[in-house]
Design a protein around this ligand. Structure first.
Ligand code: AP5
Length: 217
């Protein structure tokens, strides 16, 4: 199974990706997580990406495309994978099409901007696993500690309101056209291999996941 998960920042892509990867046993490829790791490791890509990410912009297409191309050709992707946060521009989507890798589903999670701002400003994450919590909607069992490891949770540098609003504006101008690109591609696919569906991200996480699972199965 090969999937693409689209949606604005904070729509719940990471949350749903974790459910999907557990149930379907496929790797989650999150370009955001890969870039944060590169920043932490102080690699050349990390140094290029750090300021762009902190200020809510998009890392250049050539950097991201190379990163993803390399990752999806690793052996753990042979039986499928889930792309979370890629493609984010039409140039990235077109580069992915050129690989001739076929996808089964493109899922777009939709959510209102004001709900997103509330969600992201209350988000705390466990960096090692990518598990994400929310102070009100999804609190950890012990305050500011990961439920599984007990390690401290942290807030992301780009989860400040001014940066969240910049990320939303970048999403609407640069990434929304990617959803339209796949919608048209699915509509034109006479073999019905590629399916596109959009889901309301304001429902509880497990309700969203069960709806996604119904579509996948
Ligand atoms: P990335 O890490 O991909 O961030 P994002 O797309 O902005 O998405 P988020 O991780 O913020 O949100 P999410 O949708 O995963 O929501 P989550 O599940 O965590 O990218 C970061 C940066 O890297 C970009 O800004 C860019 O600079 C760069 N980058 C990455 N990919 C790139 C690319 N392809 N090209 C160029 N640059 C790239 O949930 C959010 C919160 O809500 C959590 O607290 C969660 O617990 C809570 N929550 C989740 N679901 C629900 C629900 N249903 N109800 C209530 N609360 C919920």
């Amino acid at each position: 199974m090969r999937l693409i998960l689209l949606g604005p920042p904070g729509a719940g892509k990471g949350t749903q990706s974790h459910f999907i990867k557990e149930r379907y046993n496929i790797p989650q490829i999150s370009t955001g997580d890969m870039l944060r790791q590169a920043v932490q490791d102080d690699t050349e890509i990390g140094r290029k990406a750090k300021f762009i990410m902190e200020t809510g912009g998009l890392v250049p297409d050539d950097v991201i495309i190379e990163l993803v191309q390399e990752r999806i050709h690793k052996t753990d992707c042979e039986h499928g994978f889930l792309l979370d946060g890629f493609p984010r521009t039409l140039a990235q989507a077109k580069a992915l099409s050129l690989t001739n890798i076929s996808f089964d589903h493109v899922i777009e999670i939709d959510l209102d901007d004001e709900i997103i701002v509330k969600r992201l400003s209350g988000r705390w994450v466990h960096p090692a696993s990518g598990r994400s919590y929310h102070v009100e909607n999804n609190p950890p069992r012990k305050p500011f500690k990961d439920d599984f490891t007990g390690e401290p949770l942290v807030q992301r540098d780009d989860d400040q309101e001014v940066t969240i609003r910049k990320r939303l504006s970048v999403y609407r101008t640069q990434t929304q056209p990617v959803a339209s690109y796949y919608l048209s591609m699915a509509a034109a696919d006479k073999t019905n291999t590629l399916k596109f569906f959009k889901i309301d991200g304001s429902q509880p996480p497990l309700v969203i996941f069960e709806k996604i699972a119904q579509e996948l199965e």
